[in-house]
Design a protein around this ligand. Structure first.
Ligand code: TYM
Length: 405
C-alpha cells in the first residue's frame, strides 16, 4: 500500500515569467521533474529525488530507532509520507547522549494556508510532544514580498498575512511555552537575525544560488539573499545560548534546496549542520502536482466552509473510478491514482485498518467513487470544524507565541 502515495504527478513545465514570479522551468522531458522552493513541475519521482538531492531514504531501521523513544510511530512516518532525511542518525546519536534538539520549520505567508502546508506542521507538533522539544517557526514575509505576483503589493501586506497564517500554526496545538515565532519583517526579529544572515550570505556565491534554484541575472539581489535568511533560525538558538544545540527541520521536500546550500556553510561558522526530515507533496484536487495556494479549485484552504469543501471534492477531485457504475463494479477502481484516497492516506485517515479496507473495497469495485468522495468530505469537514474553532481561539494566544528578544 505504501506505493499508493508514489503517484507520478504530471504537470506542464512552467515558462519563465517576465515579472520574475516564477523561476524558469528546468524540466526538459516528460520524465524529468523540477523541485525547488518556487517551482514543483514534471513527474516527481521521490526515489530519484533522493539521489538528485543527495539525501537518505527514511528506512525502517531509523523509524525503529525513533520508535524506541516515542513508543509509537506517527502514521505519516509509518506510511513514509515523510520519505527521506539528512543526518537523522546523527541527531538520534546526540539525543541518546542527552544532547536534546530543537525543531525549526516555517511558512511563506503568500495567502491563506491550505491543507498541504499543514502536513509538515502536524508531524512537527507530534515531534514537539514526543521529544519535549522547543520549536522555532519562521514567517518569511520578506520572501513573499520579493517573489510577489502583484507588483503593487507592499511588504506590510505580507506581514499582515503572517499574523493570519500564525493562527493556523497555533491551531495545530503547539506548546506556547516552547514555541517561538519569528516574523522576518518585524524590526526586533530582523535585528536579531541580521548578523547571522550576513555571515551566511558571505559564504554563498551567486553562482551557487543560480545552479541550485535556476535564478538568472534578472533576479533581484533580494531574491538571491533569501536562502541566507531562511538558514538563520537553524542556528539562532545556539547563538542565543552561546553553545551548539542540534536542530531538526521537518519540511516539504521543496524547501530542502535552501538547506542543501546552507548546510555547507554552518560548520564553517562553527555550528552543527541541522538534520532534516522531508515530506512528499500533498497533491492538488486535480492531481496536478503539489497543492498550491494559487490554484483555488485544486486546493482546500483551512478557512473553507463545509459547502465549499463538498463542492470542490464533488466537482474537481480526480478519481480512479471507471466510466460507468457497471464497469466500476466489474473491474474495480484505482486507489493509487485517486486523489481522495491519496489524501486519506497522507492526512485524514490515521487508522490503518480503515484505510486498508477502503483500499480493498475501492480496488474491488465494492466502494464507488461517490462513496469514497463522501467519506473524504466528512473527514475533511470534521478536521476543519475543529481546526477553525482552535483558529478562532488562537487570536487570544498570538502574543504568547511571538518571540520577545
Ligand atoms: P511555504 O509557505 O511554501 O510552505 C510551508 C510548508 O509547507 C510545505 N508544503 C507542502 N507540504 C506538503 N504538500 C504540499 N502541497 C505543500 N505545500 C507546501 C512546505 O514544504 C513548507 O514546509 N520559505 C518557506 C517558509 C520557511 C520554511 C522554513 C519552511 C521558512 N523557514 C523552514 C520549512 C522550513 C515557504 O515559503 O514555505
Amino acid at each position: 500500500m505504501a506505493e499508493a502515495w508514489e503517484i507520478q504527478i504530471r504537470v506542464a513545465p512552467l515558462k519563465l515569467n517576465k515579472d520574475k514570479t516564477k523561476v524558469k522551468s528546468m524540466a526538459k522531458a516528460a520524465d524529468e521533474f523540477t523541485v525547488t522552493p518556487w517551482e514543483v513541475s514534471g513527474n516527481v519521482d521521490y526515489q530519484k529525488l533522493i539521489k538528485q538531492f543527495g539525501t537518505e531514504p527514511l528506512t525502517d531501521d531509523i523509524l525503529n530507532r525513533i520508535k524506541k523513544h516515542t513508543k509509537e510511530l506517527h502514521f505519516m512516518l509509518r506510511r513514509k509520507v515523510f520519505f527521506s532525511h539528512r543526518d537523522l542518525k546523527w541527531l538520534l546519536d546526540e539525543y541518546e547522549k542527552k544532547n536534546k534538539f530543537f525543531l525549526y520549520t516555517g511558512r511563506g505567508p503568500s495567502g491563506p494556508v491550505h491543507i498541504g502546508h499543514m502536513l509538515p506542521w502536524m508531524l512537527t507538533k507530534w515531534l514537539q510532544d514526543k521529544f519535549d522539544a522547543e520549536l522555532w517557526f519562521q514567517f518569511t514575509d520578506d520572501e513573499k514580498f520579493l517573489f510577489r505576483k502583484k507588483q503593487d503589493a507592499q511588504l506590510e501586506d505580507y506581514q499582515k498575512i503572517s499574523y493570519e497564517n500564525a493562527l493556523d500554526v497555533i491551531a495545530v496545538g503547539f506548546d506556547p511555552k516552547k514555541t517561538h515565532f519569528l516574523i522576518n519583517s518585524l524590526p526586533e526579529h530582523a535585528g536579531l537575525m541580521h548578523d547571522e544572515a550576513i555571515k551566511i550570505a558571505d559564504r554563498i556565491t551567486a553562482s551557487t544560488v543560480k545552479a541550485s534554484f535556476g535564478f538568472e541575472d534578472s533576479y533581484s539581489i533580494g531574491q538571491f539573499f533569501i536562502t541566507a535568511i531562511q538558514a538563520v533560525p537553524a542556528i539562532l538558538p545556539s547563538v542565543l545560548a552561546g553553545k551548539n544545540i542540534p536542530c531538526l527541520i521537518p519540511l516539504g521536500v521543496d524547501q530542502d534546496p535552501h538547506f542543501r546550500v546552507a548546510r555547507d556553510v554552518y560548520p564553517k561558522l562553527g555550528f552543527y549542520k541541522p538534520a532534516i526530515l522531508h515530506s512528499k507533496f500533498m497533491t492538488g484536487l486535480l492531481a496536478d502536482g503539489k497543492m498550491s495556494a494559487s490554484v483555488p479549485q485544486s486546493t482546500i484552504y483551512t478557512t473553507d466552509t463545509p459547502k465549499e469543501v463538498e463542492e470542490k471534492i464533488r466537482k474537481h477531485a480526480f478519481s480512479g473510478g471507471r466510466n460507468s457504475l457497471e464497469e466500476h463494479r466489474r473491474l474495480g477502481g484505482n486507489p493509487d491514482i485517486d486523489v481522495c484516497y491519496q489524501w486519506l492516506q497522507a492526512f485524514f485517515e490515521p487508522d490503518d485498518k480503515k484505510l486498508l479496507k477502503i483500499y480493498n473495497d475501492y480496488k474491488s469495485g465494492r466502494m464507488l467513487t461517490s462513496e469514497l468522495k463522501e467519506y473524504t468530505i466528512e473527514k475533511i469537514n470534521a478536521f476543519l470544524k475543529e481546526h477553525q474553532k482552535k483558529r478562532e481561539l488562537a487570536k487570544k494566544q498570538l502574543n504568547k507565541f511571538i518571540f520577545k528578544p
